[in-house]
Design a protein around this ligand. Structure first.
Ligand code: HEM
Ligand code: HEM
Length: 182
C-alpha cells in the first residue's frame, strides 16, 4: 500500500455500534409516532439509552469519541464555517467543528424527544396539547437536522475525496497528511 493511502483507525467499535443502533431506533420511532403505543415508547426509551451511553463514552471513550476532542469554541467554529464557504476548509480526522456541533444537536434533540414523550405519558402531564405539539415539533426538528447531517457528511466527503459514510462502518479513514488537522 502506498503511503498516501495509509489508513488509520478513527471511530472505535462502540461509536459505530451506537451510531447505527441510534439511526435504526430513531427511524422506526419516527415511523411509529403516528400510531403511538408501547412499541413507539420502548423504541424511544431505547434511543434515550443509546444517547446516555454515548454521553458516557464522550468522556470515557477513545480519543476521537471524546467531546473535548471535537466540541470547539465559537471562534474556531466560525473560522471553520468561513473556510467552508470559501471552499478552503481543512480536512479533519475526527469530527470537524460544524460536525461536532451537529453531534451535540442530534444527541440533545433525541434526548429531548424521549423526555417530552415520557412526560406526555405521565399522569401529571398526560393530555396537554402543548406537550404533544412540542414532541411533534422536536420530531420535525430532528428530521431537518438529520437531513443536514447526511448532506454535510456527503459534501465533506466529496470535498476531501473520501467516503465518510463507509468510515462510520469500518472505523478507518485515510491517515492525516499535509494540512490535515485532528
Ligand atoms: C437518526 C438519524 C441519525 C442520527 C441521530 C445520527 C447521529 C450521529 C451522531 C451522534 C454522530 C456522532 C458519532 C459519534 O461520534 O458518536 C454521527 C456521525 C456520523 N453520521 Fe450520523 N446520524 C444519523 C443518521 C445518519 C445517516 C443516515 C448517515 C449516512 C447515511 C450518517 C452518517 C454519519 C457519518 C458519516 C458520521 C461521521 C461524521 C464525521 O465524519 O465527522 N448518519 N451521526
Ligand atoms: C427517538 C425518540 C422519539 C421520536 C423520534 C418520536 C417521534 C414521534 C412522532 C414523530 C410522533 C407523532 C407526532 C404527531 O405528529 O402528533 C410521536 C408521537 C408520540 N410519541 Fe414519540 N418519539 C420519540 C420518543 C417517545 C417516547 C420515549 C415516548 C413515551 C415514552 C413517546 C410517546 C409518544 C406519544 C404518546 C405520542 C402520541 C401523541 C399523541 O397522542 O398524538 N415518544 N412521537
Amino acid at each position: 500500500m502506498s503511503k498516501s493511502n495509509e489508513l488509520t483507525r478513527v471511530w472505535d467499535p462502540l461509536v459505530r455500534l451506537l451510531h447505527w443502533t441510534l439511526v435504526l431506533l430513531v427511524a422506526v420511532a419516527w415511523y411509529t409516532g403516528g400510531m403511538a403505543g408501547p412499541v413507539h415508547e420502548w423504541l424511544g426509551y431505547g434511543a434515550a439509552t443509546v444517547v446516555a451511553m454515548r454521553l458516557v463514552w464522550g468522556v470515557a471513550g477513545g480519543p476521537y469519541a471524546r467531546f473535548a476532542q471535537f466540541v470547539r469554541g465559537p471562534r474556531e467554529t466560525a473560522s471553520y464555517l468561513r473556510a467552508v464557504l470559501g471552499g478552503r476548509a481543512p480536512r479533519h480526522l475526527g469530527h470537524n467543528p460544524l460536525g461536532g456541533w451537529m453531534v451535540v444537536a442530534l444527541l440533545a434533540t433525541v434526548g429531548s424527544l424521549a423526555l417530552t414523550g415520557w412526560l406526555y405519558t405521565t399522569d401529571w402531564l398526560w393530555g396537554y396539547a402543548w406537550l404533544e405539539q412540542l414532541h411533534a415539533a422536536l420530531g420535525w426538528l430532528l428530521l431537518g437536522l438529520v437531513a443536514l447531517h447526511v448532506c454535510g457528511a456527503v459534501a465533506t466527503g466529496v470535498k476531501h475525496q473520501e467516503n465518510l459514510v463507509a468510515a462510520m462502518f469500518s472505523g478507518a479513514k485515510r491517515a492525516a497528511r499535509g494540512d490535515d488537522v485532528a
